[in-house]
Design a protein around this ligand. Structure first.
Ligand code: NAD
Length: 258
């Protein structure tokens, strides 16, 4: 059966994905800072460097899929470290383990938040791979009284989308037979959003900003099913796409601009 590595496996979308794959008889190696097979802190260089060895210690055979789901939504610098640099380190660090799989797959979790206002300077520093400068810029944004760091999260997700677009068709991914894609969820009911959707008034206010005309706020299993398909053997040709699973937020916000 297939073996997948799932980061963020202790909670929310990552946990739902792990449970879905396991319910289908597949094997999942969960990665997280707590309650996981491999405990690593993806915000640190040390944690990222230990990831592949940690996975190998649990299972030294080939890995069939890497699902980079771990993320933070705090309007603060650690969000840059986990969402952008942690995600890319996961995909690049584990890519060699995919080499032995007959059907290798990779996916990361972005967000419809990438459609919200972002900070061009931060997005540029992320694209340049300059973590120290990106953390410093996020620190500045967090102190900005006008935006209070709201653009940090959206900027990390936009930068991930751009990374997928730059990488997917290269030798390392498509050239190695690995479909690389992203999913962009709308509002999902997980611990990350619990405070934002805890009351009817809060839900109403949030859906004013992030409209979800098709079925509203979603459970994490909704995203898990898409992640499972994107990393299944069935996905042979979907490549470099940012797939919105957002109840229509993208359609409402971007209309017919494709
Ligand atoms: P969650 O908080 O329930 O789960 C996130 C997981 O990531 C947690 O288990 C956490 O421990 C782990 N994590 C955080 N920092 C880490 C670190 N330094 N090292 C290792 N693991 C770490 O949140 P979720 O809603 O399930 O979010 C999962 C992904 O989905 C994130 O990338 C998030 O940005 C994205 N997303 C969520 C929503 C939503 O509405 N919930 C919407 C769009 C995108």
């Amino acid at each position: 059966s297939r073996v997948s590595v799932v980061t963020g496996a202790a909670s929310g979308i990552g946990r739902a994905t792990k449970e879905l794959l396991e319910s289908r008889g597949e094997r999942v190696i969960g990665v997280d800072i707590h309650d996981a097979d491999v405990i690593v802190d993806l915000s640190t260089a040390e944690g990222r460097a230990g990831l592949a060895d940690g996975v190998r210690r649990v299972d030294d055979g080939p890995v069939d899929a890497v699902l980079a789901i771990a993320g933070l939504a705090a309007a603060a610098p650690p969000t840059v470290a986990v969402n952008y640099f942690g995600t890319i380190a996961t995909l690049e660090g584990l890519r060699p383990l995919l080499a032995g799989s007959p059907a290798p797959r990779a996916v990361l979790v972005s967000s419809m938040a990438a459609l919200m206002p972002t900070d061009g300077e931060l997005v540029g520093l992320l694209a340049a791979g300059d973590e120290l400068a990106a953390l410093a810029r996020a620190g500045e944004l967090a102190q900005d009284p006008a935006t209070t760091g709201a653009q940090i999260y959206s900027s990390t997700k936009l930068a991930l989308d751009k990374w997928v677009r730059r990488q997917a068709a290269t030798e390392q991914w498509a050239g190695a037979g690995i479909p690389l894609n992203a999913v962009a969820p709308g509002i999902i009911a997980t611990p990350m959003t619990a405070d934002l959707i805890g009351t009817p008034e809060a839900r109403h206010a949030l859906l004013g900003l992030v409209p979800m005309p098709l079925n509203g706020i979603a459970e994490p299993i909704v995203v898990a099913r898409l992640l499972a398909w994107l990393t299944s053997e069935e996905n042979t040709h979907l490549c470099g796409q940012i797939v919105y699973v957002d109840g229509g937020s993208d359609v409402v916000l971007r209309g017919d601009s494709v």
